[in-house]
Unconditional design. Structure first.
Length: 228
């Protein structure tokens, strides 16, 4: 009887030991699996962070490049603005000098300045003629006054502060020599044009307004009048 009890107790101890060992190995196996999963997860996280870092570095390089481009563009714009300011100052000086020259010219004997619409450009046996219709130009308050006197107080040009009076239609034919100086409008600026180029534009010369300078009845200067 005592032996049986001892044998049973011995079996119980062995079984308990086996169960404990099985659980121990099972836990170790699970731990290894979890560790591998964690390791894979960490590797993925590291890879994602590395990719994000590479993208961030690329974005930073692009921003640096764009910043340099902006600096260069700003420098170019500033340079152009300075050039425009210089050009404007030179044009203003030129306009002032031109006004002085005109004032001197107007005071010379046998010099006359007229304003006229070109009605026609003719070529008669190799000699070019302009058919002119002379008009008067008024600005500011004088323009309003002249328009009222002509019973035309709502003339469209008054909104741009000028008025053109044509008292009578004329057809004055004058010689256009090949030594005449001719300036046409290019936008709002005057541009010198060669005689041959001007005479080849017959269809484009009519009904345009020009300031005309005569010396002893000889036409020496054509300068197109700007109308806003």
């Amino acid at each position: 009887m005592g032996r049986k009890v001892i044998f049973i107790i011995f079996l119980i101890i062995i079984c308990t030991s086996l169960v404990v060992n099985i659980r121990f190995y099972y836990n170790i196996h699970n731990f290894k699996g979890s560790a591998m999963q964690m390791n894979n997860s960490l590797e993925q996280s590291v890879k994602q962070l590395s990719d994000k870092l590479s993208n961030t570095n690329l974005i930073i390089e692009n921003l640096k490049s764009e910043s340099e481009n902006l600096k260069n563009n700003n420098a170019e714009i500033i340079g152009k603005l300075h050039a425009l300011e210089t050009d404007s100052a030179m044009r203003l000086e030129d306009e002032t000098n031109i006004k002085k020259i005109y004032k001197i010219i107007d005071s010379l004997p046998e010099v006359s300045k007229k304003l006229a619409f070109i009605k026609e450009l003719r070529n008669e046996k190799g000699i070019y003629y302009l058919v002119l219709d002379y008009v008067n130009w008024f600005s500011g308050d004088d323009a309003k006054k002249a328009a009222k006197e002509d019973n035309n107080p709502n003339a469209a040009s008054l909104s741009n502060n000028f008025y053109i009076r044509n008292e009578r239609v004329e057809n004055d034919k004058v010689v256009l020599g090949n030594d005449a100086m001719i300036y046409e409008l290019n936008g709002a600026m005057l541009k010198y044009i060669e005689f041959n180029e001007f005479t080849s534009e017959k269809s484009n010369t009519t009904n345009r307004l020009f300031n005309i300078l005569f010396v002893s009845d000889k036409l020496i200067l054509l300068e197109e009048q700007y109308r806003p």
